[in-house]
Write a new protein. Structure first.
Length: 132
């Protein structure tokens, strides 16, 4: 598992994070985001496609062989998981994205992890955490 610093932005604007990281002398190439648009199409909160229930004269089982509005967004979970967040914490960050927030991750070197955490806090990110 890689060293990562993560936090939650209330908006999709991460310019304050970029500015804080740059001010700390940290490169921006380790910065990654998972934005609310990653949750789009998940079906969460959406309406069921009428074909799920009515195709094949109603003999099909909803959710088998076709998208289900009740299945969690596996792609979103994978994207959050790509930030090297421990499995026990992933659902918390997925829920933040589903609620319209942006999860921000940064992969610092060991010697710059403290500076990255400080930059995240200075940029106003919530729930700043470091995972190794």
């Amino acid at each position: 598992m890689a060293l990562v610093v993560v936090g939650i932005s209330q908006t999709g604007d991460v310019s304050a994070v970029r500015k804080a990281l740059s001010a700390a002398g940290l490169p921006l190439d380790g910065l990654q985001t998972v934005e609310p648009d990653a949750a789009a199409g998940s079906g969460i909160g959406g309406r069921a496609d009428a074909r799920i229930i009515t195709s094949d004269q109603g003999t099909r089982v909803p959710g088998l062989g076709s998208p289900s509005p009740f299945r969690s967004n596996e792609n979103l979970t994978e994207r959050v998981g790509d930030l090297e967040i421990p499995d026990s914490e992933i659902d918390n960050f997925v829920q933040a994205v589903e609620r319209g927030r942006t999860v921000v991750g940064y992969f610092p070197k060991t010697e710059t992890a403290d500076a990255a955490e400080t930059a995240f806090r200075e940029a106003g990110l919530a729930n700043v955490r470091r995972y190794a």
